[in-house]
Design a protein around this ligand. Structure first.
Ligand code: ATP
Length: 496
């Protein structure tokens, strides 16, 4: 917790604000803050599990009672120079009109007491402020430990285990531990040490598992396991070195930052369907050796007022919490359909867009964004301006040599590439085919070869399947032309 935050809460206590709401997952941190501010005041506590308890030992002081009864008890007491701690406040107050009303009476009693001073602390993992109490309550979000704090926690544990740890390892671990509570960090270090008697970078897998848990519990982002490698992408020879350069920065971030490198923001990949945009997003996460979180813009859009914005805010916060990570925003254009149209959806889209832009601009956490989109005509021009993303790439239908590459990737992966495969002939026969088209040709030909008695896959069979296939480009002729004109007009950097 920063000194600034502690002083801010102290100032509120000293200025006689009646209710301070501490939103935190770390109960012990909240307790430590309350003790630090108490300065001789008596502390009384109610919590959901045990009712009235002794603040230091958490031992019950009486038989269990609900919050309304506890507040009734406080109302009858002399409260001069007291701190009243109500833990699990959201559980105790939600749908409890009597408790809310009594809390209000208690607040009025405190405010009416001109002589003495008491402060109520509501402590909870979620903020729940009943409208009746809104104007009496001040909210404080107790942040998760920052990098410097995490470093000192690691140091403390390393010393406890009598382990000498170099600065570089500690820095890298501290970055990976971001987004976790002090308690979670401690648990992970303990588990890492139990495994092999050492705390080090080999324990990063435990951190990933822990973060996957957090994502799963949230339900708005998906954490993908990826096996794709950059070598699985045929072509895109301009995009690949660009990604390799960013990978070096991401993997050695503490050193890069110390050298003055700006934190990478991310990349937008726009272009034709089935030409490797999603594949690139996955391969990037593997290349960076970071978890891949997928945010599906289509499913983010809620049907209630404010729901879409709330979802977006939660998703981005969560991505920050599990950083460093790659955040893949799929179908980016979906969220911004209708901006400026003046229609019903327009206002929501405009607000979402504003929020996303500000976040992209101001994010300090290591969240590398990969946004993919087909239809950029729906994207507001501000988003495409340089500075939001580090780069915008346009993925076109593969060229002849790229098609040869893509055939090679897919045949090789299925162990069907032989000395007799004529990649150049295949590439020549597939003008206008996408990567996805080529993949399905390979799959179909292999299937046919198997059904025909397990014959080796030859070129003729592949060419026959090609002849029988209609490439996506043909099926979507009109749309593709529209995209092409639009991309040419916007002069976006080609990925190959
Ligand atoms: P959409 O816009 O429809 O989502 P996309 O550009 O994201 O399409 P991908 O999902 O990446 O396309 O591609 C579909 C499949 O086609 C991939 O799983 C991959 O196997 C194959 N493919 C596409 N492009 C390439 C490529 N350049 N190299 C190798 N395989 C490719």
């Amino acid at each position: 917790m920063t000194q600034h935050l502690i002083e801010n809460v102290r100032a509120h206590v000293e200025s006689h604000y009646p209710v301070l709401y501490l939103v935190t997952h770390e109960e012990t941190e909240a307790d430590a803050l309350i003790v630090e501010l108490a300065d001789g005041r008596k502390i009384m506590e109610w919590n959901m599990g045990r009712g009235m308890v002794h603040f230091d030992t958490k031992q019950p002081l009486a038989a269990w009672c609900d919050l309304a009864a506890a507040l009734d008890n406080f109302l009858d007491q002399e409260l001069d120079n007291h701190f009243i701690v109500i833990r699990d406040a959201h559980l105790g107050l939600r749908e409890q009109p009597l408790a809310i009303a009594r809390l209000k009476s208690l607040i009025h009693k405190i405010l009416a007491d001109k002589e003495g001073v008491a402060t109520i602390f509501l402590v909870s993992a979620q903020s729940f402020v009943p409208p009746e109490l809104e104007k009496f309550i001040t909210l404080f979000d107790l942040p998760l430990p920052d990098e410097a704090m995490i470093q000192s926690v690691i140091k403390e544990y390393a010393e406890g285990y009598e382990q000498v740890m170099d600065d570089e390892t500690r820095s890298k671990l501290a970055l990976a531990f971001q987004g976790l509570t002090r308690y979670e960090i401690g648990q992970l270090i303990n588990r890492g040490f139990q495994r092999d008697g050492n705390i080090g970078l080999e324990d990063l897998d435990l951190v990933l598992t822990e973060k996957a848990q957090i994502i799963k519990k949230s339900g708005i982002l998906e954490m993908l396991t990826v096996n794709e490698k950059l070598e699985d992408i045929g072509g895109l020879e301009k995009l690949k070195p660009w990604l390799r350069q960013k990978a070096k920065i991401m993997s050695d971030w503490p050193a890069a930052r110390a050298f003055g490198v700006e934190p990478p923001k991310g990349v937008m990949i726009v272009g034709m369907p089935g030409c490797g945009k999603s594949l690139t997003a996955k391969a990037t996460a593997a290349l960076f050796n970071l978890p891949l979180l997928k945010l599906d813009m289509g499913s983010l859009m809620g049907k209630y007022v404010g729901e879409s914005e709330g979802n977006m805010r939660r998703a981005l916060k969560l991505a920050e919490a599990v950083s460093p990570c790659v955040l893949w925003v799929d179908e980016l254009e979906k969220a911004f359909v209708g901006i400026g149209s003046g229609g019903a959806g327009s206002e929501v889209a405009t607000r979402l867009f504003g929020y996303f832009l500000t976040w992209m601009q101001e994010k300090t956490k290591q969240v590398f964004v990969i946004a993919t989109a087909n239809d950029i005509s729906a994207l507001p021009p501000e988003l495409l301006r340089k500075g939001r993303f580090d780069e915008i790439f346009y993925v076109d239908f593969p060229t002849e040599s790229e098609r040869a590459d893509i055939f090679k990737v897919h045949l090789e992966r299925r162990k069907q590439l032989s000395a007799r495969t004529q990649l150049d002939r295949l590439a020549k026969a597939t003008v206008g085919y996408s990567g996805a088209d080529i993949e399905s040709i390979v799959k179909e030909a292999i299937e046919q070869a198997f059904v025909d008695g397990g014959l080796a896959l030859d070129n003729e069979r592949l060419l026959k399947v090609v002849a029988a296939t209609h490439p996506l480009r043909e099926v979507m002729k009109k749309k593709v032309k529209e995209y092409e004109d639009r991309f040419a007009e916007m002069k976006i950097k080609p990925a190959s």
